[in-house]
Design a protein around this ligand. Structure first.
Ligand code: HEM
Length: 324
């Protein structure tokens, strides 16, 4: 499929879609599943073969059927399906969750796509992830449109497996590194992005895990790291891959930093999220930067030619005057 033409009209549509998404996410309370959808579309990227990545392929039935994507399509009875019991004792706006959806995250986005057909699915899914973080109080993430759609889905198994945190020898397993390095992301980016679990929860019928990571799963803050360092807390979840962040000496310093410094987390998260959302995609702005750079080089060369010509003319005039 071709790249979309990112002209003034396209940018205007992106602005409108951003507003549509803010309203949709606020009304349906579905920021967590939107963020998960964006991440699962992007997180299949393989830098060595330049395949997968944020290209909208997650909408293909074949890819949606991958085990890791469970719940992204199935009908949701509540967006987030938070159990009442779990939140007794926490000051949690339970009423907010009582929103009947019976549609999937992708079906929700189809509503926006139908209104803004110009925008590619790839851009729409990534924009939904960015908006989900922003409307829940997280950092502003720079969004550059222009991703093209693909109907080709990668083979199953590119997304991380939550069970692979500590291996049989009780040693932190390299699984997270294997998966995220394949995308071209760093240790710092692995930890910052894991902070996405500040939103939402796990559902037993989807992943086999149960519960939220934080006491306020509709608020984007650094509490994922605070809770991680506290250890087991009744009612809160820690996946084996979450615990792996504590055990690995390359990861732990970032967990400690983000738990005590929310600004540092927001800054690193915004940068890492942008990189994730642009894996395998070169934003057109770099092309215009390249053009600007080329333009500068051209201008410099033109100045050089003018100076050289002036020197030749002046020497000629000097010679003529000398002879006269
Ligand atoms: C580090 C490796 C990761 C693993 C192993 C992992 C695994 C999981 C699992 C098992 C669930 C529960 C799914 C369910 O039962 O509904 C989940 C939910 C979620 N994940 Fe991750 N994840 C990872 C990274 C990320 C990243 C990088 C982000 C975003 C930047 C993210 C965002 C989310 C969100 C927002 C939810 C909640 C969805 C909801 O409430 O419906 N995850 N993840």
């Amino acid at each position: 499929m071709a790249f979309p033409v990112v002209d003034a009209d396209y940018l205007k549509e992106i602005d409108k879609a951003r507003r549509d998404l803010r309203a949709l996410i606020a009304y349906k309370n579905c920021a967590p599943i939107m963020l998960r959808l964006a991440w699962h579309d992007a997180g299949t990227y393989d830098k060595s073969t330049k395949t997968g990545g944020p290209n909208g392929s997650i909408r293909n039935d074949e890819e949606l059927a991958h085990g890791a994507n469970s719940g992204l399509k199935i009908a949701l009875s509540f967006c987030g399906q938070v159990s009442f019991r779990r939140f007794l004792g926490f000051s949690f706006p339970v009423a907010l969750w009582i929103v009947e959806l019976n549609v999937s995250s992708i079906a929700l986005l189809e509503e926006v796509k139908a209104k803004r057909p110009k925008i590619t699915y790839a851009d729409l899914f990534q924009l939904a992830g960015v908006v989900a973080v922003e409307v829940t109080g997280g950092p502003t993430i720079d969004f550059v449109p222009g991703r093209k759609d693909s109907k080709v889905s990668p083979k199953e198994g590119r997304l991380p497996d939550a069970k692979q945190g500590i291996n049989a020898f009780k040693v932190s397993s390299p699984h997270l590194k294997d998966v995220f390095y394949r995308m071209g992301l760093s240790d710092k980016e692995i930890v910052a992005l894991s902070g996405g679990h500040t939103l939402g929860r796990a559902h037993p019928e989807r992943s086999g895990f149960d519960g939220p990571w934080t006491k306020e799963p509709l608020k984007f803050d650094n509490s994922y790291f605070v809770e991680l360092l506290k250890g087991e807390t009744e009612g809160l979840l820690k996946l084996p891959t979450d615990n792996a962040l504590l055990d690995d000496p390359a990861f732990r310093p970032f967990v400690e930093l983000y738990a005590k410094d929310e600004d540092a987390f927001f800054k690193d998260y915004a940068a890492a999220h942008k990189r994730l959302s642009e894996l395998g995609f070169t934003p057109a702005s770099s092309a215009s930067k390249a053009t600007a750079k080329d333009g500068t080089v051209l201008a410099q060369s033109a100045v050089g030619v003018v100076v050289a010509a002036a020197v030749v003319i002046l020497s000629y005039l000097y010679e003529v005057r000398k002879r006269a």
